[in-house]
Design a protein around this ligand. Sequence first.
Ligand SMILES: [Zn+2]
Length: 180
Amino acid sequence: MDIVSHALWTNILYLKARRHALWGVACGILPDIVSFGPLYLQLIFFPEDAPSIEWARRDAGQIPAYVFTLYDWSHSLVIFSGVLLAARVAARRIWWPMFGWGFHVLIDMFTHTSAFFPTPFLWPIADAHDTSIDAVSWSHPIFIAANVSALVVAYIALFVLHRRSTMGGPSASRTYDKTH
Ligand SMILES: [Zn+2]
């Protein structure tokens, strides 16, 4: 899925845990920054050595091998679970924003085709091409329309609910304060 949608859906995931939301969203977009950030830096600073984005979109063979390596490490539920466990043991507590990372992998599993960047969620146990779910690509126009519509509906609903709760809450307690 695109990085903005990842951020917006992850923000909703932390709806009931707002103090973790900022870092949760950061963890939610990190897998794509880790995978594709270096390629974009290469395009900016060493464009002569990098494939154009247009070429890369048409032919994954044009994309440097290191991008796939980074993609394997950052888009695996096996690696995510290992790091989560290691952090739990080292810090003796769970750092809840890390679940943004796992949520990113789950979303990608169902929004990528097996032809272009299938999600290697079981790597290094199994290869992405053997395990990927051949889902509708997030870049398909119908999927984009459905995703944007769902986000708009979700954020309008959240806005309305938030307004209702803030309008009911503080004014009621203020009345209570004046009379007591
Ligand atoms: Zn991703």
